[in-house]
Design a protein around this ligand. Structure first.
Ligand code: GTP
Ligand code: MG
Length: 205
């Protein structure tokens, strides 16, 4: 059997956060890094999560249930988007920190890193914060379809100072690279290894 992903809830404020005890893995990363695209690639659907070329698309914490279990994959708002107001940035940072601190069921944080960019300060800060609360990290390089092998090697080398290269998963949502590997990792961490990753079924809505 394999799980399907269904959007179950959306939280814009701390008070709206739910399922604190349910087993879950969250996707975090800077705005535009490809979190929502990864949700769609994992689901094998094109429009489950809203994707946009404009950074700052996801402004809420989105809970995708792995049916038929009570586990979730959670798409978090992006950080580090320079063009939004300082007030908005503080609100998102506070929501993210509260979610990370208070979600007892959170098993791991998938930290998405853009394979075309050198390590960014905001990513390093998130990784540092996760280590202070002893949250396991799954480093995920995104958009690797856009770089050459040489660029990818440079990126992996640069990131190896901050995250374990042996744990880093190389992905492209566009080309469906690394998606099966990520499913395997998620199901293992969520104690759902008896399940297999869902087959790709593209929703053309
Ligand atoms: P926020 O919601 O703003 O935090 O952004 P996000 O991290 O959810 O990024 P999103 O998935 O909306 O993708 C941002 C842009 O990157 C979109 O234009 C996507 O089409 C593009 N993108 C995402 N993943 C990939 C990928 O694997 N390859 C390529 N070439 N483009 C991608
Ligand atoms: Mg998004």
């Amino acid at each position: 059997m394999s799980p399907t992903l269904q959007l179950e809830a959306t939280a814009f404020t701390q008070a709206q956060l739910i399922h604190a005890d349910a087993p879950q893995i969250a996707l975090a990363g800077r705005s535009n890094v490809g979190k929502s695209s990864l949700v769609n690639a994992l689901a094998g659907r094109k429009k489950l999560a809203k994707v946009s070329a404009t950074p700052g698309k996801t402004r809420s914490v989105n809970y995708y249930r792995l049916e038929p279990s009570n586990a979730y994959i959670v798409d978090l708002p992006g950080y580090g988007y320079a063009k939004c107001s300082q007030k908005e940035r503080l609100i998102w940072a506070a929501l993210l920190e509260y979610y990370l601190r208070e979600t007892r069921g959170l098993r791991a944080l998938a930290v998405l890193l853009d394979a075309r960019l050198p390590p960014q300060k905001s990513d390093q800060e998130l990784i540092h914060f996760a280590s202070t609360i002893r949250m396991p990290i799954i480093p995920v390089l995104t958009k690797t379809d856009k770089c050459s092998k040489r660029e990818l090697d440079t990126c992996k080398q640069a990131w190896s100072a901050f995250v374990d290269p042996a744990l880093t998963i190389i992905t492209s949502s566009e080309k469906r690279i690394g998606i099966e590997e990520l499913w395997g990792k998620f199901l293992q961490i969520l104690d759902m290894s008896e399940m297999s990753s869902p087959h790709q079924s593209i929703d053309l809505e």
